[in-house]
Design a protein around this ligand. Structure first.
Ligand SMILES: C[S@@+](CC[C@H](N)C(=O)[O-])C[C@H]1O[C@@H](n2cnc3c(N)ncnc32)[C@H](O)[C@@H]1O
Length: 309
């Protein structure tokens, strides 16, 4: 028996509805996780559709394999969606009828103390989605102070990055930082008391380290445009981000594809011939009050859907 894998899928109906799944077509779920979106896609598209579901986390992959054992049209693959083009080529797929990405970590990753993602649960300072990566503990104990400051500032947008990086380097002079709660306490002690009343003071530092350990942000824009290039005309890519940084990367990645003619305004006719390659399929979608009530982790989710023209 597989251990339970409890992840409440966010914006489930909205995402599947946006992709308009059809029989006989090929879809990619680039962030399989617990398989909630994959399963809804599978049901909506029917048994003649082909669905590839990727996850970089071997624990999620084992769960997905178990969940879709009886669904031969769902192929579960361990891999990074940043490399989806090459992975899909191995399966002889060079075009897609829809792509879904639900960024970030799953609840089992976040809630399992041993995975080291949570500043609330004591565990090894790990944060890796894939055990082949280098753990947060190694980075935190070896990176120069300036690099730590830069990571915490850039990926965490943390106002007190300088103080936090200094506190980390000072602490590790005596002993290595081994656990999540150890790091959470170092961060808490480094920031002003008033800041401690404004949510958990280590939240942004943990987010920054997680992004860095798993290289989640750098290269995301390129990965999105690579995936977009695989879509057939009229196909859609649906992507769910969970904060303003992810949302900005998503918007910036697609903006150039939405631009049409770039000729100077004075030109009486277009000479560049450039036409938009993409459009937003509607406004960004956020969860309903009811969804947030039943799943508070959905509160910051924002779904953007881009359509190939
Ligand atoms: C928010 S969860 C997805 C949940 C899923 N949609 C569901 O309904 O259960 C995100 C998942 O994406 C995976 N992931 C994050 N970044 C990834 C990447 N670059 N490539 C592949 N998987 C990734 C994580 O390991 C995690 O399992």
């Amino acid at each position: 028996m597989m251990p339970e894998f409890q992840h409440a899928t966010v914006l489930l109906n909205e995402t599947v509805h946006a992709l308009k799944p059809k029989s006989g077509r090929t879809y990619l779920d680039g962030t399989g996780g617990g398989g909630g979106h994959t399963d809804a896609l599978r049901q909506a598209a029917g048994p003649e559709a082909r669905i590839i579901t990727l996850d970089r986390d071997p624990i999620a992959v084992a769960h997905l394999e178990d969940r879709f054992r009886a669904s031969p049209n769902v192929q579960v693959v361990q891999g990074n969606f940043f490399e989806a083009k090459a992975i899909l080529e191995e399966f002889g797929i060079c075009a897609l009828d829809g792509v879904l990405l639900d960024l970030g970590v799953s609840s089992p990753q976040f809630d399992t103390a041993a995975r080291g993602f949570s500043f609330h649960r004591d565990g090894p300072l790990d944060m890796r989605m894939n055990p082949e990566l280098v753990s947060a503990a190694v980075w935190v104990n070896t990176l120069p102070e300036e690099k730590l400051r830069e990571i915490i500032c850039r990926y965490g947008e943390e106002h007190y990055a300088t103080r936090i990086a200094a506190a980390i380097t000072q602490y590790r002079e005596n002993q290595p930082i081994a656990t999540t709660l150890e790091l959470a306490e170092i961060v808490s002690a480094a920031v002003p008391a008033a800041y401690r009343r404004d949510g958990h003071p280590a939240r942004k530092t943990f987010m920054a380290l997680r992004y860095f350990v798993n290289a989640e942000i750098d290269g995301l824009a390129q990965a999105l445009t690579d995936l977009f290039s695989l879509l057939v005309p009229k196909a859609r890519l649906a992507v769910i981000g969970f904060n303003s940084m992810e949302d900005a990367v998503i918007k910036d990645a697609f903006r150039p594809l939405m631009e049409g003619c770039t000729c100077p305004k004075e030109f009486p006719v277009c000479r560049c011939g450039r036409k938009p390659a993409a459009r937003w399929a509607g406004k960004p979608i956020t969860p309903t009050k009811e969804e947030i009530q039943t799943n508070p982790r959905a509160r910051s989710a924002k779904l953007r859907v881009v359509e190939k023209l």
